[in-house]
Design a protein around this ligand. Structure first.
Ligand SMILES: C[S@@+](CC[C@H](N)C(=O)[O-])C[C@H]1O[C@@H](n2cnc3c(N)ncnc32)[C@H](O)[C@@H]1O
Length: 268
């Protein structure tokens, strides 16, 4: 299956959202960083790669703990944001599926909500293993799917009822990595041992008035589907999403459970 159109949509979608990321996506993603760091077991001068760094929060948090951190992202807008925010850290445009680093140079590769978006997560895991020293740690986070996530259940129940999914570009199943048994097998295949997982009960803090409008600025995958629908269909989805989300609205802010899972493994 050719996922190249999906990949271009992801890269351009994140680039165009880079400036608003702090007020949108970060309202859910930042909450997993402490768990990522606890699995990474950093020590002073640990050499860390933030793979799919976005605006650079993970690299900055690792640096605060004394690590020698750097970051890469395939979205140019994100890399520009990261450089502007954290000028003391090195950031570059690169792909987690084809890292421009030599073999065996990092003590830890950290990837916060990135493999959910790549075309070939198995390849991204193999690349993480390649650039890690033996004994180094790969840690990544992933959203749990609609079976566990109130946020994704609310959205996808309504989208599945109204949207014509065949209009979206072919894309990999986003929730392959929400299944721990499946991920442990993939990590073993990529060369990781001592694999572990830990669930984080993230809460998406979304400012009102419209949860639908907010979510369209948070992620890229859902807009890539909805931008292909007729205006009337989008209007129906918007109305039903906002009605379903209303019970989460307190003091002009929706607080919707959006749990994630953090995986870690040691390069064997
Ligand atoms: C949800 S954001 C997470 C950003 C950051 N890790 C954080 O914790 O805030 C997903 C990021 O993954 C990046 N990304 C997606 N696919 C990628 C790929 N193949 N190579 C590099 N970066 C990628 C996107 O550009 C985007 O910045």
């Amino acid at each position: 299956m050719d996922f190249s159109a999906f990949r271009d949509g992801e890269r351009d979608g994140w680039s165009s959202r880079a400036e608003i990321y702090e007020d949108a996506t970060a309202r859910a993603t930042l909450q997993s960083i402490p768990t990522l760091l606890s699995h990474a077991r950093l020590f002073p001068d640990t050499r860390v790669l933030d793979a799919g760094c976005g605006p650079g929060y993970v690299a900055a948090a690792a640096k605060l703990l004394g690590a020698e951190a750097e970051g890469i992202d395939f979205s140019k807008g994100m890399v520009e944001q990261a450089i502007a925010r954290f000028p003391a850290i090195q950031f570059a445009v690169a792909d987690v599926e084809n890292l421009p680093m030599a073999d065996g140079v990092f003590d830890a590769v950290l990837s916060n909500f990135v493999l959910f978006h790549v075309t070939d997560p198995q390849l991204a895991m193999a690349e993480a293993r390649r650039v890690l020293k033996t004994g180094g740690r790969f840690v990544f986070s992933q959203w749990l799917g609609p079976d566990r996530s109130e946020c994704y259940k609310l959205l996808f129940d309504i989208i599945a009822r109204h949207a014509d999914m065949s209009r979206a570009d072919p894309a990999p199943d986003p929730y392959v990595l929400s299944n721990a048994d499946q991920v442990f097998k993939m990590m073993a295949e990529a060369g990781f041992k001592d694999t572990k997982s830990e669930i984080v009960e993230n809460i998406l803090h979304a400012p009102g008035p419209s949860f639908f409008d907010f979510f369209m600025s948070v992620g890229v995958r859902v807009p890539l589907i909805l931008d292909r629908q007729d205006a009337e269909v989008r209007d129906i989805i918007r109305q039903e999403v906002d009605e379903a989300a209303a019970r989460y609205l307190v003091d002009d802010c929706y607080r919707i459970p959006m749990p994630s899972i953090v995986f870690s493994g040691v390069a064997g």
